[in-house]
Design a protein around this ligand. Sequence first.
Ligand SMILES: [Zn+2]
Length: 213
Amino acid sequence: MSKRTTVTLQDAYLAAQRAAASAAQADPAVTAYAELVRGQLTLMGEDPDREGLLRTPERVAKSMAFLTRGYTMSLADVVGDAQFEEEHENMVMVRDIELYSMCEHHMLPFFGKAHIAYIPNGRIVGLSKLPRIVEMFARRLQVQERLTEQVAEAIDEILAPRGVGVVIEAFHMCMMMRGVEKQNSRTITSALRGQFRDCPMTRGEFLGLAHRG
Ligand SMILES: [Zn+2]
């Protein structure tokens, strides 16, 4: 077999994976968090040294870093230059954006869907950016009300549209697994700005579309 000299995309991918893995391992924040998780396990009455739990603290630390990565993201990074001049004056809507977040009261997940619409005022944003804006704010400790407002605020900030509407419907594990143990109650929040707040027809059209299905 001849010696391979070409570096393939797969090689580059694997090298990046290895670099990421060793960087995460060396990260003092991961180590410190893992130490806390060990303490948690002990307080639960568990033995953090039993085989099944040996690598759990490190896994939890890395998982938590992923679940809260929104803290490291900025609106400028997320949106980049994906803004375009456009004279479109009707509602632009993206429905059913999956979201996963964690409530700041119990640090338990809440998950559901976001529906976002805006009416452009000379500028539009790449459609794929709307889910990324949701992601940026959802991947932090949150309350659903604030998350909804922050998404609306961000779209207002980057586009200065004629109006923006955000509806989030979510199931909260802190209600489903504990507390009232209500498995089927959905929490619905909305944030309406500009024409979505001031014009009953626009508001009605948006809320009708958001709540359909
Ligand atoms: Zn909660």
